[in-house]
Design a protein around this ligand. Structure first.
Ligand code: HEM
Ligand code: HEM
Length: 223
C-alpha cells in the first residue's frame, strides 16, 4: 500500500513491461498451440519467445538501471538476509527485484532458454513435426531433446506457479501491488529512488537485434 509520506516514482521502463506481458501471452499461446497440434503456430510463437529472450538478455546489460542484472542479482548472504525478513510484514523499499525475486527471474529466464533451445532440436515420434535445427542431430538425439522439451515445460509450469504465488504473497502479506507496477511502470517509495532509464533509441536498436536473432533462428541459422 502507498506510504502516505512517500512518492510514486518510475520503476520499470516500457521495454521491460512489454517484454514481460508479451512473454506471458506467447508462452500461453505456445502451450495452447502445441496441445492443439497447431505446430506451425507453435514454432512461430517459439521464435517470438526467442526474440523476447534475446531482448531481455541484452537489456540486462545495456538497459535501464532496474532491468540490469548487475543491479538486482545478489549473493547468498544478501539472499539469506532477505529470506529472514520475509515473514515480517514490512516491505523493503527496493527499487526493483528483491534478492530472492532476482533468483526467480534468472530461473524463469534460464528455463525459458532451455525451452526454446530444446524445441529447436526436437522432433516428434514420426519425424513429421520438428524444430529447424533437428536435422543437425540424429533422430534419437532429436527425440531426447523433445523429452527435455517436455521436462523443461514442466519446470516452467512449476516456476510460473511459484511466481504467481509470490505475487499473491506480496499483495496479501506485504500489501505491495507488484502487478500494478509491472503494468504502469510506477511504484510507491519512501523516497524517489532516482533511477536512470535507457533512451528509446537504444530500445529500438536492441529490438532490431533481437528481431534479427529470432529471424535467423527461425531459418535454422542458414544464410
Ligand atoms: C516458450 C516456448 C515454448 C513452449 C512453452 C513450448 C511448449 C511445448 C509443449 C507443452 C509441447 C508438448 C505438446 C504435447 O506433446 O502435448 C511442445 C512440443 C513441441 N515443441 Fe515446443 N514449446 C516452446 C518452444 C518451441 C520452439 C521454439 C520450437 C521449435 C521451433 C518448438 C518445437 C516443438 C516440437 C517440434 C514439439 C513436438 C515434440 C514431440 O512431439 O515430442 N517448441 N512444446
Ligand atoms: C508465462 C508466465 C510468466 C512468465 C514466464 C513470467 C516471467 C517473468 C520474468 C522473467 C520477470 C522478470 C521481469 C524482468 O526483470 O524483466 C517477471 C516479473 C514479474 N512478473 Fe511475471 N511471468 C509470468 C506471468 C506473470 C503473471 C500472470 C503475472 C501477474 C499476475 C506476473 C507478474 C509479475 C510481476 C508483478 C513481476 C515483477 C516482480 C517484482 O516486482 O520483482 N507474471 N515475470
Amino acid at each position: 500500500m502507498a506510504d502516505p509520506s512517500g512518492v510514486r516514482a518510475r520503476l520499470w521502463d516500457g521495454s521491460t513491461r512489454i517484454v514481460h506481458w508479451a512473454l506471458v501471452v506467447l508462452v500461453a499461446f505456445a502451450w495452447w498451440s502445441a496441445e492443439a497440434g497447431k505446430m506451425d503456430w507453435h514454432r512461430l510463437s517459439g521464435y517470438a519467445v526467442v526474440g523476447l529472450l534475446a531482448f531481455r538478455l541484452i537489456w540486462g546489460f545495456a538497459g535501464s538501471a532496474s532491468a540490469r542484472f548487475a543491479s538486482f542479482v545478489r549473493g547468498p548472504a544478501a539472499t539469506l538476509a532477505y529470506l529472514r525478513s520475509l515473514p515480517g510484514r514490512a516491505h523493503a523499499d527496493m527499487p526493483g527485484h528483491n534478492p530472492l525475486g532476482a533468483w526467480s527471474v534468472l530461473a524463469l529466464l534460464a528455463v525459458l532458454i532451455a525451452q526454446v533451445v530444446t524445441g529447436l532440436f526436437a522432433v516428434d515420434i514420426d519425424a513429421i513435426e520438428a524444430g529447424p535445427l533437428s536435422d543437425r542431430v540424429s533422430f534419437d538425439t532429436g527425440r531426447l531433446l523433445a523429452k527435455w522439451h517436455h521436462w523443461s515445460f514442466s519446470a516452467l509450469q512449476v516456476l510460473v506457479v511459484l511466481h504467481l504465488a509470490a505475487v499473491v504473497f506480496y499483495r496479501v502479506h506485504k500489501r505491495a501491488n507488484l502487478v500494478r507496477a509491472m503494468i504502469t511502470g510506477r511504484q510507491d517509495f519512501a523516497q524517489d529512488p532516482k533511477l536512470t532509464f535507457a533512451p528509446l533509441w537504444r530500445a529500438l536498436v536492441v529490438a532490431a537485434v533481437a528481431a534479427a536473432v529470432a529471424w535467423w533462428t527461425a531459418k535454422g541459422f542458414r544464410p
